[in-house]
Design a protein around this ligand. Structure first.
Ligand code: HEM
Length: 490
């Protein structure tokens, strides 16, 4: 990307908020029903010939007190949202509305804290500690749980000719996370098989202002987008989840006083980071990756299978972290899926001071206190940075030129080339997430040569229904328990 060194002249930000109350509701209907998110933002970029625009964001009245934002919609202006010296990230995790803290035990959990608040560093450090202490548990926990998923998928394909990957992934990811983070499978506790349903209900109460369910519009407007649903609806579910965390995370919680946290605040935070951040993320991430693979050429499947099997063979047939690190195409595919469809699409930050935001073509003055908003897909599909930006190109990030583009992958609320810390707001699960994405691709192509699936949309992500798989003749010592002994042909 060639940028001019000359400082551009500072312009007024184009766009309009329209008539108070009326326009935000009209815009909300456009966003949810008449245009959809992509078109809502793109049509305004086209109308005002600018990628920095004033506009209203949903949900608007009465859920949010102020829907007016300055939207940054290209790869150059978007990173202003990562600079915590310039933007305040207090209570903006879900945007212009904030779910009641009675859904999180009365605490404002890490995702809602600005790094200037003392609890932020303490809680984020706790999460770094838990993830570091469980690093070696991730690959085995993933393999056990996803091998079982693929076995179920195969029997569903054999009996019904199709298999709903999202549904299987919801249950499997929940088990995987409990086992990987705390060494305790949720299904082996009092929670039984109810964890995913309880979690989804609790997540729904927090995210429904951003969703449509396909119910009559008037009903959705009243029930989901205008007033918060009462937290009481998920009280019992949250209590049961909390009990699991309090018991399963015992050893992590025993050390929190040293960090200056109470056991209770730490436990509510572990619950939120596991159920909202991690589980909520995996519900969108893994179908997203599989959906892009389903739509890709079969030749990409063959190249992935070759790379993955060679790297695993090089480690004596074991899926090790070392083997995964060597799989460059696999990593590129995961980055490309995260670029095309960042699982968390909206980011917010309030200007801490008067500041200037630069887009590719101009500079704009933002006043202290104004809300800055980014719709991430327009930044990561920016045609001024990416060739054929709207196309999924699996090997996009390979080679010297490809590597230069990695910094524009920003799904984690920061460039992929940077590192989360207690001083910034970058996702502490960054390394884990890219690992888990790659592990899905690895397990898949150890087991199958290729596959077909129907890909649609659901709530905040892709719906993937697998319709066929071609089993691999490959068998590695560590995958033999699943693939080599299964003889079903599809
Ligand atoms: C696909 C999976 C995930 C995605 C897409 C994702 C995305 C993000 C994004 C975009 C943010 C910044 C939100 C904002 O402030 O605007 C964030 C923050 C955060 N994420 Fe993740 N995340 C994922 C998984 C995880 C995992 C596995 C953890 C486990 C620890 C985690 C824990 C957090 C926490 C605690 C924050 C707040 C960070 C802070 O306050 O500094 N996330 N994540």
């Amino acid at each position: 990307m060639a940028e001019s060194d000359a400082a551009p002249t500072v312009k007024e930000i184009p766009g309009s908020y329209g008539v108070p109350f009326v326009s935000p509701i009209r815009d909300r209907l456009d966003f949810y029903y008449f245009q959809g998110a992509d078109k809502y933002f793109q049509s305004r970029v086209d109308k005002y010939h600018s990628t920095v625009i004033r506009l209203n964001v949903p949900p608007g009245p009465f859920m949010a007190s102020d829907p007016r934002v300055v939207a940054v919609l290209d790869a150059k202006s978007f990173p202003i949202l990562f600079d915590v010296s310039k933007v305040e990230k207090k209570d903006v995790f879900t945007g212009t509305y904030m779910p009641s803290t009675s859904l999180t035990g009365g605490y404002r959990v890490c995702s809602y804290l600005d790094p200037s608040e003392p609890s932020h560093a303490k809680v984020k450090q706790l999460l770094f500690n838990v993830l570091a202490s469980r690093k070696d548990a991730v690959v085995p926990a993933f393999r056990t749980n996803f091998t079982a998923l693929f076995q179920t998928m195969e029997s569903q394909l054999a009996s019904a000719g199709k298999s709903d990957f999202n549904k299987l992934n919801d249950n499997t990811s929940f088990e995987f996370l409990g086992e990987a983070y705390f060494g305790v499978r949720p299904s082996s506790t009092e929670l039984g098989a109810t964890g995913p349903t309880k979690s989804t209900k609790w997540l729904f109460l927090q995210l429904c202002p951003l969703m449509t369910l396909g119910l009559p519009k008037i009903l959705e407007e009243l029930l989901l987008h205008t007033f918060p649903l009462p937290p009481l609806i998920a009280k019992g579910d949250y209590k049961a989840l909390y009990k699991y965390f309090n018991d399963a995370a015992g050893s992590a919680l025993d050390s929190v006083e040293k960090l200056g946290l109470s056991r209770e605040e730490a436990c509510h935070n572990l619950l939120f980071a596991t159920v909202f951040n991690s589980y909520g993320g995996m519900k969108v991430l893994l179908p997203g990756i599989l959906g892009w693979l389903a739509k890709a050429e079969e030749s990409l499947h063959a190249r992935l299978a070759k790379e993955i099997r060679a790297a695993v063979a090089g480690e004596g047939g074991k899926v090790t972290l070392n083997a995964v690190e060597k799989m460059e195409l696999t990593r590129s595919v995961v980055y490309e899926a995260l670029r095309m469809d960042p699982p968390v699409k909206y980011q917010y930050g309030k200007a801490k001071q008067d500041l200037v935001i630069e887009s590719h073509d101009a500079a704009y003055q933002v006043k202290k206190g104004e809300m800055i908003f980014g719709y991430q897909p327009l930044a990561t599909r920016d045609p001024k940075v990416f060739d054929k930006a709207e196309q999924f190109i699996g090997d996009r990030f390979l080679g010297d030129e490809g590597k230069k583009l990695i910094k524009y992958v920003v799904w984690s609320n920061g460039p992929e080339t940077e590192t989360p810390s207690v001083a910034n707001k970058q996702c502490p699960g960054k390394e884990l997430v890219v690992l888990v994405g790659r592990l899905l691709v690895v397990e898949f192509f150890l087991r199958y040569d290729t596959f077909t699936a129907d890909v649609g949309t659901i709530l905040l992500g892709s719906q993937v229904t697998v319709t066929s798989v071609t089993k691999s003749s490959y068998s590695s010592s560590s995958s033999s328990s699943s693939s080599a002994t299964t003889t079903t042909n599809f």
